[in-house]
Write a protein that binds this ligand. Structure first.
Ligand code: ASP
Length: 596
């Protein structure tokens, strides 16, 4: 037996027991007559003590130990003289009697402790060492528990976990595919699935009724903190359901996860229409941990988010507002104390190219109720009082106003400003969770790049029955039976009720610009299956990495993935992707054009 106990479990109650531990040397403290070694394994750290009583041979061995050596140590558990309150085993130590060096270690490139001195690149290159650090390991433990509880819940609800293939076909309408050349079919390529969407729908046609899969998906997109080229979905589909059934089922799953993993009882999830989310928060994934909702001060451009015209509260006088199509504002409670310098910082923030606002107008409500603003010279105090009233602002509040000629663009800018203020005001506490459903998404969104309507969710999403007549007259205003689960401003999951008849599916493909031949070629398999009795069905998928990182309070999903890729899509530990040998290329019928 390599060990009888782990490095995390011994306490005062074990004093006197003879035990064998195995693990890695975290640190060695040589105090002349005494040597202390912190031994680490997955479960914790235990102090090994080599005292004057130990044999000369043993003490010599201890003197040779270096960081990350792998040891097996046998000895008796003893009460520690100077106790360490910071670790659970801090009251005991092992008086070592036998020591076996199982393996030596080169000097690690960074310290493997709670706070590492290694930079990101170095830690990723030696990720297997990084993973020895408890902070990183704990994220993987959480991930395991999360996936396990998902399986437990869905199993109890009668779901079957069914694997779908990883070598599939390229599908249009999504992100870019990762492709794999086929040796046996020269010139042809598989694609890695962006999601098992059509396959899970076929499983519904097959009568599987309730399906789920914790599954790797692949999208060749530019990377950000919350995106990886390969990521894991909790993919689910159900037959004979309406939207309400799905919302109930998965609200139940979230409640289960919050309860058993975080010990939190979450309230029933509020539901917000996409239109309200956009109108009040400028985002389809609003962070509802705090209010600070938008107030429309002018809107000449009715759209899917807000169909009403709002007359400007400002009389003509200030050119920027006079010419604007939309003026929106937020009220930051108690922030009238903002200095000129802080306001300038906010102005620079909204003017950054990523946000793109032209400028920022502000108004402070002073203690006497008067309003002082950056546009004082254009408006009377009377007008500014109307503003105050509209904003529901009190003395001490700061009103921040953005305007522009495209309502949706300004809303998105205002959204960034609201989030920035939320962060500055400490309203985005990672230990507080605010969950909701966003429902009634539009079916389509206009793509400037492609100059056509694109499916907002995916082309298999069903329109709301009452909006079906609009498909012919005003497709851009059709709403879908689609929903997202949003937590703290993060879209953790989303899905839809699907189309289950070939005729409607054909029509949707038409609106998306596919000729009948193209639709047949790309999606013939699905439309054909629909001819053989497809049940009404719907589902959703959660991003496991995102959900877990939210539970762990992480800023990046990378930290809950064992071996993540960097921002250029590289695995710096494996040095992947890499070049192929000529023979391998020949076998695959591939020619590589050398890069300059
Ligand atoms: N397949 C969809 C996605 O990956 C989710 C769903 O509709 O179930 O976003």
């Amino acid at each position: 037996m390599y060990r009888t106990r782990t490095c995390g479990e011994l306490r005062l109650t074990n004093v006197g027991e003879r035990v064998t531990l195995a693990g890695w040397v975290q640190s060695v403290h040589n105090l002349g007559a005494l040597t202390f070694v912190d031994l680490r394994d997955r479960y914790g750290i235990t102090q090994l003590a080599f005292t004057e009583d130990a044999s000369e041979e043993l003490r010599q061995k201890a003197g040779k130990l270096g960081r990350e050596y792998v040891l097996q140590a046998t000895g008796v558990v003893a009460e520690r003289y100077s106790k360490n309150k910071n670790i659970p085993t801090g009251e005991i130590e092992i008086l070592v009697e036998e020591l076996n060096i199982l393996n030596e270690s080169a000097i690690p490139p960074f310290t493997i402790e709670e706070n590492s001195d290694g930079g990101d690149d170095l830690r990723m290159k030696y990720r297997y060492l990084d993973l020895r650090r408890p902070v990183v390991r704990q994220n993987l433990e959480l991930r395991h528990k999360f996936a396990f509880e998902v399986r437990r819940y869905l199993d109890e609800q009668g779901f079957l976990e069914i694997e779908t293939p990883v070598l599939v076909n390229s599908t249009p309408e999504g992100a870019r595919d990762f492709v794999v050349p086929s040796r046996m079919n020269p010139g042809q390529f598989y694609a890695l699935p962006q999601s098992p969407q059509t396959l899970k729908q076929l499983l519904m046609v097959a009568g599987m009724d309730r399906y789920f899969q914790i599954v790797k998906c692949f999208r060749d997109e530019d990377l950000r903190a919350d995106r990886q080229p390969e990521f894991t979905q909790i993919d689910c589909e159900m037959s004979f359901v309406e939207q309400e059934d799905i919302l109930q089922m998965f609200e139940g799953m979230s409640r289960h996860l919050f309860k058993v993993i975080k010990g939190i009882d979450i309230p029933a999830l509020p539901r917000m229409t996409w239109a309200d989310a956009m109108k009040n928060y400028g985002s389809d994934k609003p962070d509802t941990r705090f209010g600070m909702e938008f107030v429309e001060l002018k809107n000449n451009q009715p759209d899917n988010a807000s169909r009403e015209i709002v007359e400007s509260i400002f009389p003509d006088g200030f050119g920027v507002f006079d010419g604007a199509v939309y003026i929106g504002a937020i009220c930051a409670e108690g922030q009238a104390v903002y200095t000129r310098k802080q306001i300038d910082q906010l102005t620079d923030f909204v003017k950054r190219p990523q946000i793109g606002a032209k400028g920022l107008v502000y108004a402070r409500v002073e203690e006497d109720g008067n309003v002082k603003s950056s546009v004082d010279k254009f408006y009377t105090q009377e007008t500014l009082q109307v503003l105050k009233q509209k904003m529901n602002a009190k003395p001490g509040d700061l009103i921040l106003i953005l305007s522009g000629d495209d309502a949706m663009k300004v809303r998105k800018q205002l959204c960034e400003l609201r989030l920035e203020m939320g962060s500055r005001m400490g309203l985005r506490d990672k230990n507080k969770f605010s969950c909701l459903w966003v429902i009634d998404f539009p079916m389509y969104e206009w793509s400037d790049e492609e100059q056509r309507l694109m499916a907002m969710h995916h082309p298999f999403t069903s329109p709301k029955p009452e909006d079906i007549p609009l498909l012919d007259t005003d497709p851009a205003s059709v709403r879908a039976n689609a929903y997202d689960m949003v937590i703290n401003g993060v879209e953790v999951g989303g899905g839809s009720i699907r189309i289950h008849d070939a005729k409607t599916q054909q029509k949707i493909f038409e609106i998306l610009g596919f000729t009948p031949e193209q639709a047949q070629q790309k999606f013939g398999f699905l439309m054909n299956a629909f001819k053989f009795g497809a049940p009404p069905h719907g589902g959703l998928a959660y991003g496991l990495d995102r959900f877990v990182s939210l539970f762990a309070g992480l800023d990046s999903i990378r930290d809950c993935i064992a071996f993540p890729k960097n921002n250029s899509g590289r695995d710096v530990m494996l040095d992947a992707p890499g070049f192929l040998e000529q023979a391998q290329l020949d076998e695959l019928n591939l020619q590589v054009v050398p890069q300059e």
